[in-house]
Design a binder for this molecule. Structure first.
Ligand code: DGL
Length: 273
């Protein structure tokens, strides 16, 4: 079985894990949540890139054969650097989401929501424009969505209020497609869809990424095994909150979560990957 390394700043990447598990049952997945240093969405490009490099170094030491950056902020800031320095294929969530948005839009007006880091990095805007320069892109950072999801407040008045406030400007721009450019937002799909209106297509970067990874593995003939893959969940802070809130993301208990140290050893500058 192929061994995939999947990482996020914390729990949010479990939406990507869930999508990967569904489309690629025949893989062993090592999931690393950097819970000691979450959130990434408020940090600088340099800091997030350093964290991401430390984690891929750790994952490569654990002998993963491909890496999925299951975090929009890390994908937005660090993809280029990770691809340049890693000897295994690295997949991010931004490009698949951008591709799906360009395909889905009918009026050529696309909205992107994400953390401040993701939105201000301009990564989605660039990826969409590269695919189609005529598509107009409007963005809105929605930082409060993350804690609302982690509280499990999906159908509360306050969640709708926050959503109206963030999404109002995008409705005014008449976006017909909205990229959910943060790991947590797919869990707010119902709220976001009701606020945006049923005609607006919501792009789930998690699903799109899992299709891309699956295509890649299938092309390389790596998905022939009929045995189901196993999971390993690791975090950089105490595992208990991860296991608790993980239930919201996966609808099941996470029995075993291990705490690990990804920064052990010498400083990482990427040159030895
Ligand atoms: N995983 C992050 C993302 O997708 C959201 C949480 C954070 O800020 O670390 O951008």
């Amino acid at each position: 079985l192929i061994k995939l390394g999947v990482f996020d700043s914390g729990l949010g990447g479990l939406t990507v894990y869930r999508a990967l598990r569904k489309s690629i049952p025949y893989a062993n997945i090592l999931y690393l949540g950097d819970t000691a240093r979450v959130p990434y969405g408020t940090k600088s490009a340099a800091t997030v890139t350093r964290y991401a490099l430390e984690i891929v170094h750790y994952l490569i030491d654990r002998e993963v054969e491909a890496i999925v950056v299951a975090c929009n902020t890390a994908s937005a800031f660090a993809m280029e650097c990770l691809r340049k320095t890693c000897k295994v294929p690295v997949f991010g969530v931004v490009e698949p989401g951008a591709k799906a948005a360009v395909k889905a839009t009918r009026n050529g007006v696309v909205g992107v929501v994400g953390t401040r880091g993701t939105v201000f990095s301009g990564a989605y805007q660039r990826a969409i424009k590269e695919l189609s320069s005529s598509v107009e892109v409007f963005t809105e950072p929605c930082p409060l969505f993350v804690p609302l999801v982690e509280e499990g407040w999906f159908d509360e008045e306050i969640t709708y209020e926050v959503a109206y406030r963030y999404l109002g400007p995008l409705i005014a721009k008449k976006v017909d497609t909205l990229v959910l450019g943060c790991t947590h937002y797919p869990l707010l799909k119902d709220v976001i869809s009701r606020v945006m209106g049923g005609d607006v297509v919501l792009i789930d970067s998690a699903d799109e990424t899992s299709f891309e990874v699956k295509d890649y593995l299938e092309c390389g003939g790596r998905l022939k095994d009929q045995e189901l893959g196993g999971d390993q969940f690791e975090v950089t802070d105490s595992p208990s909150r991860f296991a608790d809130v993980g239930r919201i993301f996966l609808d099941r208990n996470l029995e075993e979560v291990f705490q690990v140290n990804v920064t052990e050893g010498e400083e990482v500058d990427g040159s030895d990957l």
